[in-house]
Every structure is written in structure tokens, then in C-alpha cells.
Design a protein around this ligand. Structure first.
Ligand code: CTP
Length: 414
């Protein structure tokens, strides 16, 4: 049988600072043997040049609707017919609005209106523009027309604001495009490397009551743990998230168990076993009051003496060898100094496989949206670049998937 002919993508590059990422996207397609032809909008050309796109795509770049040479050599209808998939990256708010309303006032929008091929859009815009009801309507309309979307991601934006609106990374757009290309017009099933795997995640602080209204707790927001639970579920894992008191919604397709104290968290973890992997992202209180007063302590009685006793170490307990020990146990270490040294010591002391260490003295880490972590494994350490907690979670989930897959073959995880 003949091998199937090489796939071709028509890449529409809209306006926006993210346009520079289109260069990397072209490179990824070319490296995978996918033909790329580029349509560059006028706004897109403010950010990236036809010359660089042309050099990487090894083809000419189309810009004008009524260019005589463009139309003579290849008409705008032909441009979309020759492609297997149209990818719009970045898809600006304006381009989305025009496409949603069937406008065709330049080459990009004309091609989008004239095509009968699958379309994948990677939106990129300011967070307020993305959340504006008009954009929400446009995205709904386009989705109804069969257009697929990848991203946007959440994070710090070029405009200095924070939230959803950043264009998905080229690798994510490439992966989404390849899955559409692999299956044609029918929605591609996502790749789910953790399908059939059970994973346990702890998140948030614990709260150790002193009396009915007071207690010991800490400033953990739970954001990193929740993002990890979500990222693992996105890869197909059956996730149980054991959460201390935080005000975050349950991530999609995740089973959440709410607890208050460290003892309850340990109980809930035990009940969730057996699992393939456990990620202990909770900031568990190391101590609890020995006695919990059943009535509110009154100040007339003077300052209370509160005796503290050690809480069980959930991470160390789950890491103990035995038939129920997860194949991979990941702990966290929040450090203020000697990051690697303290984290390595914790790895050995607690008996887990990996430690995700973070420097909590860095601004914006505690309670913020970003994290700067170092991953310590039995084989060494890697400092990951500062990224959003969602990005860190996705990277960790990928690593866990790879380790479990490798471990199944090798019978162990390092
Ligand atoms: N942990 C746990 N149960 C505890 C305490 C901690 O499961 N009772 C887990 C956390 O979820 C995290 C890791 O252990 O994965 C953090 O270890 P810990 O020793 O608490 O780290 P620090 O808070 O950095 O403590 P210290 O530096 O004081 O030892």
C-alpha cells in the first residue's frame, strides 16, 4: 500500500505579540514532515516578518487578498483546498470576531469563510478581551460551527495583566493540530497516557482546632495541588484530591474529598489506596493542640497554655515499603534557604521517590499564580524555569506519566 501523502497545514498568523511563537510552530510542523503554507494578516506582519515565516516554512507567505500574483498563482479558494487543516495562531479577538460573523475583508478571513477543512484556533488576547461577553459569544458561535480551540493559557501577559488569554504554547498547538490531522474531521481523542492509572493528590493547608472557633493553620492556597490534580485528570488518570480547607472549585473529572485536620487527611489518603502515584502537595500542619476545648476559650480565664503534639507525617507514612506503597510518591518541600540540600535530606528522610522543591522566599510564589521549582529524583535534580502553577502542574503530570510508563516496563521508578 502507498504511504499516505504528507499532511499540509495552512497557518494563519494574526496580530498580537504571540505572533512570534508562530515561528516555533512552523518549525515543529516542518520537523514532523508536515507542509506549512502561511497566510499573514496585516496586523500579524507588525509582529513577525514574511521573510522569517517564509524561510522556516520553505514556501512563500501569502498576505494580500487582491494581489495579482497571489491570485494568478493560487486563488484564495485553492489556498484552503490544498490544506488538510487550517490553524489560526495567534487568533486575535478581532480575527475571532470576523470569523464568527462570516466576514471576509482580507485574505485570512476570506480563506476561513471559503474553507471546508477543519479549523483549529489558538486565541491570544488581553484577559478582559477574552472574558468579554462578545468574545465569549464569538467563541461559542465558532465552536458551534465546528471550529476547535487550543488554549488560551493562564498566566502573566505582555500587557502586565494576569489570567486566561495567553496563546497556548507552540508544542500544545502542534499536538492539537496533529491529533486533528490524524483523525480528519472527527474530533480526535486526546492522548491519555494515564488512562487506567489511579493517582492521589493532597492539597491546601490543614486546620487544627484549638476550640470551636480557633485553630492552627497556614497560608497555603491549594492552587498548586489543585492544578496538579487537574493536569493528571487531563492525562486520563482517575484522581482523588484530598483537600484541606480552601476556597477553590473541584477541578473537572476529579473526585475531591474535603478534610480539615492532618489526621483526617491521613485517613482519607489511606482510604484512597491503592494508587499508582501519590503527590503530596498539601501544607500539613506539623503539630496540633493536644486537647481541643469543646467550648470557646474565654479571655477572663487568662492566656491559655496550648500544648502541641506532632501530627502524623502523611508523606512518610505513604512512602513506607509495603504492598500498598504507591509505585511513585512525590513530596513537596517549601524552603527558604539551602533549597537543594534541605530537599535532598527530606527525600531521604521521608522515603519518597521525588521532591518538588520550591523557594518560597521568591515574590509571588506563596499564594500566587506562579512557581519556581526544582525537581529532585533519585537520579539528580532539575531546576525548572519559573512558570505558572498550571504549567508546572502539566509538566509534573507529564513526568509522572512517563515515569509510570517506564516503571511498568522496568518494574521500578527512580
Ligand atoms: N507532609 C505530610 N505530612 C506532614 C507534614 C508534611 O505529608 N505531617 C508532606 C507535605 O505534603 C510535603 C512534604 O511533606 O509533601 C513537606 O515536608 P515538611 O517536612 O513538612 O516540609 P516543610 O514544611 O518544608 O518542613 P520542615 O522544613 O520544617 O521540615
Amino acid at each position: 500500500m502507498d504511504p499516505s501523502p504528507p499532511k499540509r497545514v495552512l497557518l494563519i498568523v494574526g496580530g498580537g505579540i504571540a505572533a512570534y511563537k508562530a515561528l516555533e510552530l512552523v518549525r515543529l510542523f516542518r520537523r514532523a514532515g508536515v507542509g506549512v503554507r502561511v497566510v499573514l494578516t496585516r496586523a500579524g506582519a507588525e509582529f513577525v516578518t514574511p521573510l522569517s515565516l517564509g524561510a522556516l516554512s520553505e514556501d512563500r507567505v501569502f498576505t494580500e487578498l487582491f494581489s495579482l500574483t497571489d491570485e494568478q498563482e493560487i486563488g484564495h479558494i485553492e489556498l484552503s483546498r490544498q490544506a488538510d487543516l487550517l490553524v489560526v495562531a495567534p487568533a486575535s479577538a478581532n480575527l475571532l470576531a470576523k470569523a464568527a460573523n462570516g466576514m471576509a475583508d482580507d485574505l485570512a478571513t476570506t480563506v476561513l469563510l471559503a474553507t471546508d477543512k477543519p479549523v483549529l484556533m489558538a486565541p491570544a488576547m488581553n484577559v478582559r478581551m477574552w472574558l468579554h461577553p462578545a468574545t465569549v459569544r464569538n467563541v461559542d458561535g465558532l465552536t458551534g460551527d465546528g471550529v476547535r480551540f487550543v488554549g488560551p493559557d493562564e498566566g502573566a501577559m505582555a500587557c502586565g495583566e494576569f489570567g486566561p488569554g495567553r496563546m497556548a504554547e507552540p508544542q500544545a498547538i502542534f499536538t492539537a493540530a496533529m491529533s486533528v490531522l490524524a483523525t480528519g474531521p472527527v474530533a480526535a481523542p486526546p492522548v491519555l497516557p494515564l488512562k487506567g492509572r489511579r493517582v492521589l493528590v493532597t492539597a491546601g493547608p490543614t486546620f487544627e482546632p484549638i476550640d470551636p472557633v480557633r485553630g492552627l493553620s497556614n497560608r497555603s492556597s491549594g492552587k498548586q495541588g489543585y492544578a496538579i490534580a487537574e493536569a493528571l485528570a487531563e492525562l486520563g488518570a482517575e484522581v482523588t484530591l484530598i483537600s484541606g480547607p480552601v476556597d477553590l472549585p473541584t477541578p473537572a473529572a476529579v473526585r475531591r474529598v474535603k478534610v480539615v485536620t492532618a489526621s483526617q487527611m491521613l485517613e482519607a489518603c489511606r482510604a484512597a489506596l491503592p494508587v499508582d502515584a501519590a503527590v503530596m502537595a498539601a501544607a500539613v500542619s506539623d503539630w496540633r493542640p493536644e486537647r481541643v476545648a469543646d467550648r470557646k476559650l474565654k479571655k477572663e480565664a487568662g492566656a491559655p497554655e496550648i500544648r502541641l503534639v506532632r501530627n502524623p507525617d502523611i508523606l512518610a507514612t505513604l512512602s513506607q515499603p509495603g504492598p500498598e506503597r504507591p509505585q511513585l510518591v512525590v513530596g513537596f518541600a517549601a524552603e527558604t534557604d539551602h533549597l537543594e540540600e534541605h530537599a535532598r535530606d527530606k527525600l531521604v528522610r521521608k522515603g519518597c521517590n521525588w521532591i518538588v522543591a520550591n523557594d518560597v522566599t521568591r515574590p509571588g510564589v506563596l499564594g500566587g499564580e506562579e512557581n519556581a521549582v526544582t525537581l529532585l529524583t533519585g537520579e539528580g535534580e532539575e531546576a525548572w524555569p519559573r512558570a505558572t502553577k498550571v504549567e508546572v502542574a502539566r509538566r509534573l503530570a507529564e513526568r509522572i506519566a512517563a515515569a509510570l510508563a517506564e516503571g511498568s516496563e522496568a518494574g521500578d521508578v527512580h
